[in-house]
Write a protein that binds this ligand. Structure first.
Ligand code: AMP
Length: 634
């Protein structure tokens, strides 16, 4: 039942949503603005205090050193992130607490306590060691969203190997490119994944991706199907390796600044960007935000709908919730399969208290209508958070009304971050009003600003510019694997700040609105895809001479991809050609990068220096003013 106070909140002229008093009263961090002030005025004191809440093998000598554009946190400190994810809880009364609750689309469920998870991670870590994997070695993980995927990640971290998870929705070309770029010694993969009841042949994709690759010494295959694919040379069975290995593996002593993982994301060039995170700062920062922003308590059940293939899955399915000793639900497959009410069914059945999801998921739920949430008891859901793309006011309001009972039991907040930042920088903490269409304020640790083309800060409220980060925090990425100059470019581009690539504005109260990307990176259903990557996939087809892709606004997915293609002589546009090019992109990158639309064109607009003007194509497509086109080729 909605009470009058809550309706008044909804009807406030400003459209603000005031957090329910019951929520505010019990939050762990009462004053984010004050915490933010402290984190900026004295970052060393602030982060040093947070770091002391965790276990270290040896203390640090110095909290922070900045040798622009590189920096270090907790210098000289020795630790291992898995000692905080696992060992710390075994002696603090959480050994028998559920750490991970995994759900399959077919209704299957597996629960892992901290004790059991620790044992499996240790076993698998020993298994990897027996294959010759050691500190600093790169291991690519191409796994469906399953406990085995998380165990593989943690086992790598345990022995100091650097994991690089490749989203299981990527295909042959993308997987191969990432294995090569990381020069991985071992690949951990599976025979199959499941989505919308369909089996995804991961083994087939793996076979294609590794063909003729010498760099890999071993491939570990998790065979979940009844019919087990035969093992090829170099291949080892996941379960066998686990069974053969002993149950304890001492955590490798890592320097705070030793690499934890590489996660490839899209940049402005065709080559994916291998964002590298480290053990020490990452564990401190991701844990801090989990505790203070997600506000997950000891007795809570937390559900993150992302995937281990994305940074959200790294930080907020695997690492931070385990460091905090939380119970995390995660589920393989689609959020509306096998029926449109399954999201609510999970919330009700597991008594989920805190959810982390994406606006695309909420829009999908909204499309099915309120009759579904109304069939379930959602009152356990105290806080619903989302990130990944702009949260449109309509989806926010619908979710607040039908999933949060208009504030009677729940609340919804947005937060902004990216692969590079490891954890959120902007967000609406549960203690301050939600302003629809605005992400929120700068969170502790993040010095955020908006600058113009010349790098000058924009102080005027509500004026758009480039969103920048002015100072590194512990969980910020350290480098781009194998391409340190790319990290330097990220920092150097303008005014000595880190350029996020997003366009944003800030209101007089310090609330930011993130409008979208300023560069040629697309955001499809919350997933970052580089225009250049899709273009190079298209151009690698023998029929294509040139290609350009743009993002088109889409009600459900935020953006969809439209490609413009010039064919080589001797090839003709046809329906078959469209299908062939889409299949090619699917094979080269994966289903998420397949253009929804392809248009054949005899020429593409270019600058005098020969660069394709995607901006002009986009303006033409959307009927907008193309802006400055004076450099256009005549
Ligand atoms: P990724 O590195 O794949 O996590 O993608 C990060 C990008 O997603 C950001 O640079 C933004 O463009 C977009 N993004 C993430 N969170 C939000 C949000 N809350 N609002 C608007 N855009 C977002």
């Amino acid at each position: 039942m909605v009470n009058q106070g809550q309706i008044d909140h909804l009807l406030q002229e400003s459209g603000e949503i005031i957090p329910p008093a019951s929520l505010v009263e019990q939050v762990y961090l009462k004053d984010h603005k004050e915490a933010h002030r402290q984190s900026i005025e004295n970052p060393e004191g602030f982060w040093g205090r947070v770091a002391k809440e965790l276990d270290w093998i040896a203390p640090w000598d110095k909290v922070f050193q900045w040798d622009y554009p590189t920096f270090q946190w907790f210098l000289g400190g020795k630790c291992n992130i898995t000692a905080n994810c696992l060992d710390r809880h075994l002696t603090s009364g959480k050994r028998n607490k559920a750490a991970l609750v995994w759900l399959g689309e077919d209704g299957s469920e597996r629960v892992y306590t901290y004790g059991r998870l620790a044992q499996l991670v240790n076993r698998f870590a020993n298994g990897l060691k027996s294959l010759g994997v050691g500190k600093g070695d790169r291991v690519v993980i191409y796994m469906p969203l399953t406990p085995e995927g998380a165990i593989a990640m943690l086992a790598c971290a345990r022995i100091g190997a650097i994991h690089s998870v490749v989203y299981a929705g990527f295909s042959v070309g993308a997987l191969r490119e990432r294995i090569l770029d990381a020069q991985a010694k071992v690949l951990i993969t599976a025979d199959a994944g499941y989505r919308r009841g369909n089996k995804v042949d991961l083994k087939g994709i793996t076979d294609g991706a590794v063909e003729g690759l010498d760099v890999l010494q071993h491939i570990v295959v998790w065979r979940r199907e009844d019919e087990k694919p035969e093992l090829l040379p170099k291949e080892v069975d996941f379960d066998d390796l686990m069974a053969k290995s002993s149950i304890y593996c001492e955590a490798e002593v890592m320097d705070s600044e030793d690499p934890l993982y590489i996660l490839y994301t899209s940049g402005t060039t065709g080559k994916p960007k291998g964002v590298l995170h480290v053990h020490g700062g990452y564990m401190v920062g991701t844990y801090y935000h989990f505790k203070t922003f997600w506000d997950v308590k000891d007795d809570d059940v937390y559900w993150c709908t992302s995937d281990i293939g994305w940074v959200v899955g790294h930080s907020y399915i695997v690492y931070a919730p385990l460091i905090a000793g939380a119970t995390t639900v995660f589920r393989e497959g689609a959020i509306d399969y096998p029926h449109p009410g399954v999201f609510y069914e999970v919330v009700e059945k597991y008594g989920v208290n805190v959810v982390f999801t994406a606006p695309t998921a909420l829009r999908m739920l909204m499309r099915y209508g309120e009759s579904y949430p109304q069939q379930y008891d959602l009152r356990s859901m105290r806080l619903l958070t989302c990130a990944g793309e702009p949260l449109n006011p309509e989806a926010l309001r619908w979710t607040y009304e039908f999933l949060c009972g208009n504030g009677e039991w729940g609340h919804i907040v947005d937060n902004w971050w990216q692969t590079e930042t490891g954890a959120p920088c902007l967000g609406t903490p549960a203690t301050i009003p939600v302003k629809p269409g605005k992400v929120g304020i700068a969170l502790p640790g993040a010095v955020m600003d908006i600058v113009d083309r010349e790098g000058e800060p924009i102080t005027e409220p509500d004026k758009g510019g480039f969103l920048v980060i002015k100072q590194p925090f512990p969980h910020f990425y350290r480098t781009v694997y194998g391409e340190p100059e790319r990290q330097a470019q990220d920092w150097n581009t303008i005014s000595g700040c880190y350029l996020t690539g997003d366009v944003a504005l800030r209101d007089a109260d310090g609330y930011f609105t993130v409008v979208g990307r300023a560069d040629d990176v697309l955001n499809v259903a919350g997933h970052r895809i580089g225009s250049a990557e899709v273009e190079s996939a298209l151009v690698s087809h023998p029929a294509v001479a040139e290609a350009a892709v743009i993002g088109k606004p889409d009600e459900l997915r935020g953006e969809t991809i439209k490609g413009f293609v010039t064919l080589r002589m001797g090839y003709e546009p046809s329906e078959e050609m469209v299908a062939a090019l889409k299949a090619h992109v699917r094979q080269e990158i994966g289903p998420i990068a397949v253009p929804a639309e392809l248009e054949f064109t005899p020429t593409l607009p270019k600058t005098r220096s020969g660069k394709i003007m995607r901006r002009l194509l986009k303006a033409q497509e959307l009927g907008l003013d193309p802006g400055d086109i004076t450099t256009l080729e005549e």
